[in-house]
Design a protein around this ligand. Structure first.
Ligand SMILES: [Zn+2]
Ligand SMILES: [Zn+2]
Length: 284
């Protein structure tokens, strides 16, 4: 049996338990089975591989016994926890304060209607150890982490089933040059695994990045908008007509990229855009 900790499968806003998230029948306070293990590797093969080709955890350097969890050991996964506290009803921003009176609180961005997507949720704040796991996934060429990470997306999806329901999944695209450099698009790998888990269709290359953009870090909101202007194109508009889209990325930073994607998808006929990310940068 392969297990994740009790908080690793928890949902974003309603505190869904890990057993609910992974569909396990274990009681609340016991750890949860990861059903995807058997889908990746036969357990026997898995244990033989771990004996003959030991993998060390990219975070703590201890031996990874369950290869289905990627290059991260079970105890490091256990430290990955979901959002706690109060979230913006619309975009999922995690309020640092717990002293919020409104039953349907909105963050400053949503009050100013900054976002063009309709709903967004992330599994957890962009903090370690998830931050480091995402870094390993993207920059250290560990696409095998897509599968366990997609289970975090699944738990968020399962705790917001109506709001996040969608006709199709679209990953935030990378420009071809960036994808070639990295070897894969992290948003696409997450989407592919998530699509397998939920059976929501994932049309290929519907949204494409037509020109490379500068790294957004360090740019103001206005500069980000200019940097992204005209960077995306939709290849087949007809597919989008009157559809609800689930836009997937690894991290929600300021929302500028997600906004630009939502804008062009709506211009091409999409009715509603929901956003699902692993992590969300929380400032303040
Ligand atoms: Zn570890
Ligand atoms: Zn908001």
């Amino acid at each position: 049996m392969h297990q994740l900790p009790r908080n690793a499968g928890a949902g974003s806003s309603r505190g869904i338990t890990s057993s609910e998230a992974f569909g396990a029948s274990t009681p609340h306070d016991s750890a949860v089975d990861l059903k995807f293990t058997s889908q990746i590797l036969n357990p026997l093969v898995n244990s033989l591989l771990s004996v003959f080709f030991p993998v060390t955890c990219s975070l703590c350097q201890s031996v990874v016994e369950d290869l289905s969890l990627g290059v991260i050991c079970q105890s490091c996964w256990r430290r990955v926890g979901p959002f706690r506290g109060i979230l913006c009803t619309r975009c999922g921003y995690g309020f640092p304060s717990t002293n919020i009176q409104s039953a349907r609180p909105l963050c400053g961005g949503c009050r100013r209607s900054l976002f063009l997507f309709d709903f967004a949720r992330a599994y957890s704040p962009f903090e370690d150890p998830l931050k480091e796991i995402i870094h390993q996934f993207k920059y250290s060429s560990h696409p095998s982490l897509a599968k366990p990470l997609a289970h975090l997306l699944l738990s968020v999806y399962q705790s917001n089933p109506q709001e996040l329901s969608a006709d199709l999944i679209i990953p935030v695209p990378l420009h071809r040059s960036r994808e070639r450099e990295r070897g894969f698009n992290q948003a696409f790998e997450l989407s592919r695994q998530f699509s397998r888990l939920t059976r929501i269709p994932l049309p290929t290359r519907l949204l494409v990045r037509t020109r490379p953009t500068k790294v957004q870090a360090g740019l103001s909101r206005r500069e980000r908008r200019i940097n992204l202007r005209g960077a995306f194109e939709v290849s087949r508009s007809r597919v989008l007509e009157d559809k609800t889209v689930l836009l997937i990325d690894d991290v929600f930073t300021t929302g500028a990229t997600l906004n630009e994607c939502a804008k062009i998808l709506k211009e091409h006929g999409a009715l509603r855009i929901n956003v699902l990310t692993l992590a969300r940068v929380i400032r303040g």
